[in-house]
Design a protein around this ligand. Structure first.
Ligand code: NAD
Length: 371
């Protein structure tokens, strides 16, 4: 029997770029009756309140999450600031959409997952790429055995350094801002989702830091090999140190999966849609005025067109609101998968630091022992 939709009172904690996008989308969703915002920067809170016609705004997420109207929460604070609102919302048994990563500290991530699982609340993660048709088709084909048994996967993620600089600028703990934890996690999630039933047992990685290191004490890029219990291997590389003038404004990805019976290759580099203009560009995540050539659609959340965001974050947000309202299943990553992705990215960074293979899984103690 068709279910009667539940009306939604939505709390958004963190009204930055992503909070605004989610808020504008929620404002157009037919089941959303009420939107409240918590934003520590009051000026920003006011701008976003106006843009999405929110009913309530505060600087205190506890005040927002205690409101009687609230029955669903988006946590879209900075990467290292998800934990407190997530734990508070879990205690109130509020269903959540949490931006990636679950936390940036592995111990905090484990404690956050435990708080979520203790209450049994429905908490999912913003691994937005899962909402794109190309990755869904890949998932379907690998899952239905079109490649036979998958034995090797490779991913190459290349990112404009504008993204890295923006992240280093925003952080007060640069050691936690690595390309794997912040951005490589998207490519990793797609591959681990494709390899769902497999158990990763070991990782070996190396990092380089010659471009971003001197100014930002950052990491340019990391190459890694994950081995699975059945002998399958996944080799990945991410660099977020491509020059600012690189035409890809944000993310470009290539993935190949080889199986005993077939191969699947996916070109997600956005080289198929190129804009060149004498006029100054304002495309992407952190626009650079020297860029006059653009591989369009490289911003993973989507693109503004005819006044609305088009693309994966729209699909993802609407799908999650339907999950809350109708109780329908969706392909969102679970909080447990979110914790697993953080554990893997931390293990990759740990292996690169120690310059030796690391057995999986790791815990916060393994990370602490290396510091
Ligand atoms: N899924 C994707 O494709 C995608 C893309 C970009 C960013 N993200 C993720 O979304 C999250 C937010 O990123 P962003 O680009 O919007 O960052 P942002 O800096 O634009 O926004 C974060 C906002 O949270 C606010 N904030 C911080 N702590 C708060 C608190 N305790 N209470 C209320 N407000 C608080 C900040 O003032 C800021 O306005 C990050 O986890 C990021 O990794 C996901």
């Amino acid at each position: 029997m068709r279910k009667k939709p539940k009306r939604i009172g939505l709390a958004i904690v963190g009204a930055g770029r992503v909070g605004l996008i989610r808020g504008e989308l929620a404002a157009r969703h037919p089941e959303v009756d009420w939107i409240g915002l918590a934003e520590i920067n009051p000026e920003r809170g006011e701008i976003v309140r106006e843009k999405c016609g929110a009913d309530f705004v505060t600087t205190d997420f506890r005040e927002l999450l205690s409101r009687p109207e609230v029955n669903a929460v988006v946590v879209s604070t900075d990467e290292h600031l998800h934990v407190d609102p997530v734990v508070f919302a879990a205690e109130r048994r509020l269903p959540m959409l949490i931006e990636k990563p679950l936390a940036t500290d592995l111990g905090e991530s484990a404690a956050t997952l435990a708080a979520i699982e203790k209450t049994g609340v429905d908490a999912v993660m913003g691994y937005t790429q899962r909402f794109r048709r190309r990755w869904l088709v890949a998932k379907e084909k690998v899952g239905s055995g079109a490649l036979g048994e998958v034995t090797m996967v490779t991913s190459r993620a290349f990112m404009n350094r504008l993204v890295a600089i923006d992240n280093y600028r925003r952080s007060d703990n640069r050691a936690e801002v690595t390309p794997m934890v912040i951005s490589g996690t998207h490519a990793l999630d797609i591959v681990m989702w494709l390899m769902e039933a497999r158990k990763p047992v070991e990782v070996y990685a190396r990092s380089v830091n010659k471009a971003l290191g001197p100014t930002w004490q950052g990491v340019d890029g990391t190459g890694y090999t994950i081995t699975f219990d059945d002998g399958a291997i996944y080799h990945g590389v991410i660099s977020w140190a491509l020059p600012e003038i690189w035409p890809g404004a944000v993310y470009s990805l290539e993935i190949g999966a080889v199986g005993t019976e077939g191969v699947l290759t996916i070109d997600d580099t956005h080289r198929d849609i190129v804009l060149a203009t004498n006029l100054i560009q304002a495309e992407g995540y952190a626009p650079d005025k020297r860029r006059h050539v653009d591989f369009l659609t490289s911003y993973p959340v989507g693109d503004m067109a005819l006044g609305e965001l088009r693309g994966p974050m729209r699909e993802e947000t609407n799908s999650w609101l339907n999950r809350v309202s109708l109780g329908v299943p969706t392909q969102h990553a679970t909080a447990r998968e979110g914790h697993n992705r953080l554990m893997l990215t931390k293990a990759i960074d740990l292996s690169a630091k120690l310059k030796r293979p690391v057995k999986l899984p790791i815990t916060a103690d393994d990370v602490a022992a290396a510091n």
